[in-house]
Every structure is written in C-alpha cells, then in structure tokens.
Design a protein around this ligand. Structure first.
Ligand code: ADP
Length: 484
C-alpha cells in the first residue's frame, strides 16, 4: 500500500497528515500560529510563521514514519494575499488574511463606479474585500516603492498555496491551482485565464501572477532529508472538503460548520450564476476537466457557541451546549440574529449586528442556546432555498467541521431542512480532499474506497414548528438589514 502526505494550511494552524491509499490516517502533526490585528478590521499573518509551521509539521510526520511517500497534496486557506520579492523570496508586507476588511471603502467606490457586474460576470464573485484583488492593490499602493518594483517584474503575488509551493519546492516554482485562482477576483472562471481587463482595473501587473495549473498538476518537489516528494495536488480548503466528501455529482452539497460555515454545491460543467448573493466558483480541475460550484459563506457559526461559552458563561465546554438544545424545535419564541460581524451569503450586509428578539422574564438558558443553534440551521436553510430558486436540488448533503460532533445540532439541521444528512466518520474532509487529489494524480483508483458515515433522518412531525420558527426568524432578519 502506498502513502500520501496531506498538508492542510488553515487560518490559525498548519497540519500535516500521512494517509495510506485506503485513506486511513497513519500519523499527523498540527501547529498553531498567531494572527495580528493591527487596526480595526485588519487581519494579518506572518508568512514566515506559515512556512515554518508547515515545515515543522512535515518534519514531525516524515521523521516518525517508516515508509515511502508517493506524493503530496496541499489544501489551504483561500484568498489570503502575499506579495514577495522574486529575488530574495522575502514578503514585502505581512500576508493580508481573507477576513481583513481594510479595502471595504475601495470596494464601495468600485461598486458606485459600476464595476460590480463586470467583476461578477468574469469571476463569479461579489465585489468584496474578502477576495485577493483589492488586497494586492492595497499592498502595491501602500508599501513604498512596491508599484515601481512590480512594474519592473521584481515582485510576485500568490495566495498561501503559491507561497508554500515557492518556499517548499526545490524548483522554487511560482504556481497556483484553478480553485485558488478562482478566489482572487482576477481570474476569469469561464476561459480559465487571468483577466487583463480586471488586472487593469486593479492596476496589478500581469508579471506578478503565478501560472495556473489544474488541481492534479505537477507542482514541484519537496526535499526532506533523503526523501523527494512530488506535490501532485493543490486545492482550496472548501473545495478540498467537497472532494473529501465525494461530492462529485450535480447537486451534491457539503456544509462545513467550523468557526464560520461554508456550503458548497457541485454544479459540474455549469457555472451557475446566482443573483442572490451566492458565489460561482471552480470546484476542482481534475483530469483535464473543470467542475463548478455555488458557494455560500455564513460568517457566524461555531463562534456563536464560543460566545455562549466564553462571554455568556452558559457552559465550560462547547460539548455541553448539546444538553441545552430543545429537541422539540421550540425556543419559546426567542430568535437570534447571528451577526457579530455582519451577515454573509445571501445577505452580504457588513453593518448589521447581532441581537435577540422575544426575551421575556421566563426565558431560560435553554431557549437562548436553542435559538442560537436555530440561527445556524436557518442560515443553512436560507442558502438551500436560494439554490432551489436556481433550480438546484440538493442530491445529498454531507456535513463536517467541529460543530457536527453535536448530534442534536445535526438532527436539528435534518429537521429544519427536512432532508437526510450524512456525517462521515472521518470529519477531516479538507485534508482528505487534498490527499485524494494527489492520489488521483498518481493514478490510484479511489472510487472503491469505502467510508463510514452516520445518517440523520428528518422528523416529519417537526416540519411545521421549524417552518414557523424559520419564517419568524426571516422576518426579524429582514427588518434589521441595514440596506432595508
Ligand atoms: P475552525 O476550523 O474554523 O477553527 P473547527 O472545525 O475546529 O473550526 O470547529 C470549532 C468550532 O466548533 C468552535 O467554534 C466550537 O465552538 C464549535 N464546536 C466544537 N464542538 C462543538 C459541539 N459539540 N457543539 C457545538 N459547537 C461545537
């Protein structure tokens, strides 16, 4: 049996896992690193921390594993932007993390100048600071001499995958894959090329950009002591989870409930356009073909449970939240607006803030906790409803992420959506996805590998109560949207 190295570079930690070709975990290592918050709405990382934590976790697994490694797959936080000197490999500014909102005003300016339609037609994205383009522009505008150096071809831009490939490969390759490229707001997802018109709008020289390969491309070689490991898979983290969960058919959807929640549904060769705030993006490029996906990002999910734990002090451990969930779907009319930092898809409202409605003298911790969980399930329903208006019926729904350890929450999702939900036994879907891409690139047949999962069937008798609660919640949200 062969073995594969999967590197999962996330927003707060880096991880390396060795899987065998049955997708069984052999060994893993994870290291956290810190983000910097230098100003209101600014989030930065130190690229050295990313590279060093990745290198250390690679060393930890390789040095403690007796066996050869066939290939490596990388999955990574998307959109985070790094600009470095081609000459020294040194970044000219810290990495600007996907969460960073510093370019909000510039995005508003572009919108009022009528650029939104063009951007969304070409890239499938909404004009928002979330994506890399305005972050690159900010670095070029604000780091002394950067613009001139970029024009002379001295600077390189990349998302985290690119910087890692550049730093880890002996060839010092400057490459990215189609999924990461599709999140930069500079990539035309239809012809699968960097878009000169967009580069002109954002004043970014073409010479800064990495070459774009399919996910199963040849990305170069990692050398570690006597081992030489080819990187044969690169895929953005949410897309990695889609592949990790085997969502290869039209209408297959995965939903990841971590700090935030990311839903992604496979639409195969159709780049479905949503005019209701969902993003059209590249799901994967494998075997010479590109599949598209629709994506909805929910900003607040597990962080709400953290807030109930750390600030409200309702419980000491997120696990304990489960015992406060009312399984009958009743929150005693308490509703929660889950907007600590605005609302993502399909609302895209940066200014709205969180709140409760319907609190009385009688309200208990159970009601508040239940309402908080409802708000996460209801946001999921909101996105599936938008998908249905685009004629996409959810074929199967698979869940992963830290929150799905909570069985009552999984059942609540099934009851709210009135759909069958599957939770795989191995919830490390993202890392699995990168491993699978590297395996496919190496010629392994992965379709026969069996995986276990738990099933959550919807309870028909709760359909009505969840539907009433959802409608009340929706009305509460609509009344509070800052645009309304
Ligand atoms: P991320 O990858 O975004 O850091 P994880 O997938 O590790 O997130 O999930 C962590 C989140 O899941 C935390 O916000 C935590 O509050 C939440 N969480 C963990 N266990 C539970 C649980 N049993 N019930 C509800 N929420 C949970």
């Amino acid at each position: 049996m062969k073995n594969y190295l999967s590197i999962d570079q996330g927003t707060t930690s880096s991880r390396s896992i060795i899987f065998n070709s049955n997708l069984e975990k052999q060994i893993d290592s994870q290291l956290e690193y810190k983000l910097d918050y230098p100003d209101d709405g600014w989030v930065e990382l130190r690229p050295d921390d990313v590279v060093n934590t990745v290198k250390k976790t690679i060393a930890n697994v390789l040095d403690n594993f007796n066996g050869s490694i066939e290939a490596c797959g990388i999955t990574n936080q998307r959109e985070t932007t790094i600009v470095w000197s081609r000459d020294t490999g040194e970044p000219i500014y810290p990495g600007i993390v996907w969460q960073d909102r510093r370019t909000n005003e510039y995005c508003q300016e572009l919108k009022s100048n009528g650029y939104e339609k063009k951007v969304s037609e070409k890239t499938g994205l909404v004009l928002d600071p979330y994506f890399s383009a305005t972050k690159v522009k900010w670095i070029l505008d604000n780091v002394e001499g950067a613009k001139e150096r970029a024009q002379k071809g001295e600077l390189a831009f990349g998302t985290v995958d690119s910087y890692l490939i550049f730093k880890l490969t002996k060839e010092k390759n400057h490459l990215t894959d189609v999924t990461n490229a599709s999140r930069t707001m500079l990539f035309n997802i239809h012809n699968k090329e960097w878009d000169q018109e967009l580069l002109d709008i954002f004043e970014i020289p073409n010479s800064m950009l990495p070459e774009v390969l399919f996910c199963d491309g040849d990305y170069g070689t990692i050398v570690h002591s006597d081992k030489k490991i080819p990187i044969r898979g690169v895929i953005g983290d949410q897309q990695g989870a889609l592949v990790g969960q085997d969502c290869y058919e039209y209408g297959d959807m995965k939903s990841t409930y971590g700090t935030g929640c990311f839903l992604m549904v496979n639409t195969k060769d159709e780049a479905v356009k949503s005019d209701q705030g969902l993003l059209t993006t590249i799901a994967y490029g494998l075997n010479g073909n590109v599949s598209y996906a629709l994506e909805g990002s929910i900003y607040s999910s597990g962080n709400i449970i953290q807030w109930l734990r750390d600030k409200m002090k309702f419980f000491d451990d997120a696990k304990e939240s489960e015992k406060y969930i009312n399984a009958s779907g009743n929150s005693n009319n308490v509703l929660f607006l889950p907007a600590f930092n605005g609302l993502g898809a399909p609302f895209w409202d940066s200014n709205i803030r969180a709140g409760f409605k319907g609190i009385t003298q009688d309200t208990s911790i159970n009601d508040i906790v239940t309402a908080a969980f409802h708000s996460i399930a209801f946001q999921t329903k909101e996105i599936t409803k938008v998908l249905e208006t685009n004629n996409i019926n959810i074929n199967k729904l698979l869940v992963d992420g830290g929150m799905v350890a909570n069985e009552s929450f999984c059942q609540m999702l099934a009851d709210t959506l009135q759909k069958n939900i599957k939770r795989p036994a191995n919830v490390e879907s993202t890392a699995l996805g990168a491993c699978k891409v590297a395996m496919m690139a190496s010629g392994e047949n992965i379709s026969e590998i069996k995986s276990n999962s738990s099933n959550f069937e919807p309870n028909k008798s709760l359909e009505n109560i969840y539907s009433i609660n959802y409608n009340n919640w929706k009305e509460y949200i609509n009344k509070n949207l800052s645009k309304s």
